[in-house]
Structures are given as C-alpha cells and as structure tokens.
Ligand binder design. Structure first.
Ligand code: FMN
Length: 388
C-alpha cells in the first residue's frame, strides 16, 4: 500500500516526466519507494542493508578484494585525496548531465559495470538487474556469465557484452563477436586484467565454491561438498594467452566497437589506440585481481593524456558518490561505471534497489555539478580538481 506521501511523490515524478528525479520549485527530489527502500540515504547504507539480507559467503564475494585489499581500499582513499575547486557565480539553474558515447545518447555518465555472480543474491539476478537498469535508462554491461540473448530479446536495456573467458582461437573469438552483434549489443567489452582467477583471501577462508555464482549458496552448505578446494582455484586460467591480436580477431567479425576494460598505464593505452580499440575503461576490477595495482583515479590522468582525445576513456573503482563522478570527469573520464553498489542494491531490494542506487548517484551528481559551478559535462575541466 502506498502512503499519502509516497503517492504524492510518485505523482510529482510522473508530472515531471522523469523516472529519475522530480524538480519542484527548482528542488531535485529522487522518486520515492517504500519506507524500507527509502531508509538508506546513500550507497554505503544500501550496502549495509544488503549485508543484513544475504549469506556471509555472498557478501564476502561481492564486497571483498584480493589478498590484503590494498587496491580495494586504495580506490576509495585516492578519491578522498582529490579535492574540488568549485567556481562561483555561474548560472546553474539548469543542469544537464547528458552525453554522447560511441555515437549513442546517454542521459547521464553512469554505466552498470559487468559483474558475475548475481545469482548469489537473487535468482535470475542478471535479468532483474537489467530490468532495474532499463527503468533508469542506464547502460548495462552484461558480464561473461550472463546470457545476453535473454536480456536483449525484450530490448530491456541498452547493453554491452563483456567477455572474461578467453577464446584461444580466432574462430572462437569471431563467433563471440558475431553472437554479441546478433544479440543487439552496442559494444563488445574485453576485460584485460583477468588472465587468471585471483587470490581472494575471503573466498579462500570461506571455502567459496565458484559454482555458487550460478546456483547461489545452498541452504545447508554443510551437506554440500565444495566442488573443488578453494585455494587452487586462484590459478584457474581465464585469458592467459590473450594478446593484442585478439582485437583484430573481433574486429574482423563485427563492426561493433571494441572496448578494453582494465587498462592502467600510458603504454597500454597507446597500444590500445594503435590496435583499434574504440574506448578504454581505466579499471583495476574493483581491487579484485592483482593487489597493489594503482588506484584508478590515480591512473586516469596518465591514460587520458596518452590517448590524447582519440577515443573515450571511462573509469571504474570506488565510485560511491556524485562528487566522486565529478572528480573522475574532471580528470578526463567520459563516464564512470559502478560495480558493487548496484549489486548491493539488487541484494537489498531487487529491481527497485538497482533503480534506487542509480537514482541516488545521479541526483548526487546533478547537485554536485550545481554546487561546483559546472552545469554541463563539457564545463567540467581538469582545473576543477586539485591533486595531492
Ligand atoms: C561481484 C563482482 C563481480 C564482478 N565480475 C566481473 C566480471 O565478470 N567481469 C569484469 O570485467 N569485471 C567484473 N567485476 C569488476 C567490475 O566490472 C568493476 O570493474 C568493479 O566492480 C568496479 O569497482 P566498484 O565495485 O568499486 O564499483 C566484478 C565486480 C564485482 C563486485
């Protein structure tokens, strides 16, 4: 049952014509959901709500990083060390976070990153997350384990498809490229930092069976023998033989843009441009692959400078606030991706949880743009930030 306040909010949002937020008397209000969904006021609190609802193994798998979690913490700590230099006396009565990326219009620069294992928190997690993305018009990147045809058949969301399972042969890579194109995706994303499954202490300690990513954690785990001991799992090969030729293989079979996810330095950024990648995601996999790699906000300027505007550069890792997005855009990112936050939204509240995460972040971004004196994405320049 809707209470009066929620009904009024929904009406206000409907009148404003936007599913994402309503503007009344110049004030921005995200839409209202049930009291339970509205209780967390930010992405950190949505994570707390999710933690109370899901199995500890699932929480550790999602929240955790690799080994000592230096990079996981580093992503957030480095963002906190970038300070904003807002401009005053700029007309910010209209704020427009829209952009064009790879020839497609987007309402705002937030993409849902590829994340495997959503069935750990809810059955058919990929589909439900895609529905949440669709409701907010967010671009959704389907992870390798997801079944893209299932999501695209109803055109539920604009999608990219990501691959972390290396195709050792040219014909297998070409088949993947054709399948992605036939399924209606608008880009192919290749994750380049996934040569091997990594050494995640939390999963090892929990004897996490990676099969749970498909099935969820069984009710009575004591009765289920893990398929394999956890520790050797770290050596499982994913893309150990993938090299730059892989991009040629994909491009020979499909006209879709190829996006490389996981680039962290100028050398690889230059090679990516030379070899025909059409976008780069500066990413360290959310601190889940090689521990001790550079935080993404630190790597971003180096990559942006090396690319020199030839292709768009995106970034992910540790984005939890609208002001984090502002910092990434100021340092040259065209858009950002979020991983854990929307998976926690899904875990806490299903489809509306995904929506709420995107809406909160978008509303925070819009308010931050207003307070920074940057009413459009084009007005967000490097001079907006002071680096440590
Ligand atoms: C549960 C989980 C599963 C993930 N699975 C994949 C994956 O299958 N492929 C991939 O390229 N990245 C994967 N990632 C990394 C994300 O795409 C993204 O780089 C990262 O989550 C961004 O950091 P954030 O979680 O701090 O936002 C995963 C991340 C999480 C949290």
């Amino acid at each position: 049952m809707l209470n009066r306040r929620e009904a009024l909010w929904r009406f206000a949002c409907f009148v404003a014509g936007s599913p994402l937020f309503a503007q009344r008397n110049g004030t921005i209000y995200p839409p209202a959901y049930s009291d339970e969904v509205m209780a967390p006021v930010n992405l950190h609190e949505i994570e707390e709500a999710a933690k109370k609802k899901i199995h500890k193994l699932a929480y550790d798998f999602i929240a955790g990083g690799v080994e000592d979690e230096l990079t996981l913490r580093g992503n957030r700590e480095a963002l906190a060390r970038v300070w904003l230099r807002p401009r005053s006396m700029v007309d910010v009565s209209k704020i427009d976070p829209s952009l064009e990326l790879l020839g497609k219009k987007m309402d705002y620069p937030i993409i849902l990153a590829p994340t495997g294992g959503k069935n750990l928190v809810i059955p058919d997690g990929d589909r439900i997350a895609a529905e949440g993305a669709h409701a907010t018009k967010a671009l959704y990147c389907v992870a390798a384990g997801g079944w893209i045809e299932k999501l695209s058949e109803k055109n539920e969301a604009p999608v990219w498809w990501q691959n972390t399972i290396g195709h050792a042969t040219k014909s297998a890579a070409q088949a993947f490229a054709r399948r992605t194109e036939d399924a209606g995706a608008s880009a192919i994303v290749i994750t380049v930092d996934n040569q091997y499954l990594s050494n995640r202490d939390r999963n090892n300690r929990n004897r996490f069976d990676y099969g749970y990513m498909q099935t969820g954690v069984p009710e009575d785990r004591a009765k289920v023998k893990p398929r394999s001991p956890a520790v050797p799992a770290m050596l499982e090969p994913h893309t150990p033989s993938m090299t730059w030729d892989y991009i040629d293989w994909l491009r020979s079979a499909s006209s879709l843009p190829v996006i490389l996810k996981g680039i962290l330095n100028a050398e690889d950024a230059r090679l990516a441009v030379e070899r025909g990648a059409q976008a780069i995601v500066v990413s360290n996999h959310g601190g889940r692959q090689l521990d001790g790699v550079v935080p993404t906000i630190v790597a971003l300027p180096e990559v942006v400078d090396a690319v020199g505007g030839k292709i768009p550069v995106l970034m992910d890792g540790g984005i939890r606030r609208g002001s984090d997005i502002l910092k990434a855009l100021a340092l040259g990112a065209k858009a950002v991706q979020i991983g854990r936050p929307y998976v926690f939204g899904l875990a806490a509240f299903g489809k509306v949880g995904v929506q709420r995460v995107v809406e909160l972040l978008r509303a925070e971004l819009v308010v931050s743009m207003g307070l920074a004196g940057t009413p459009t994405l084009a007005s967000i320049q490097r001079s907006l930030v002071r680096l440590p």
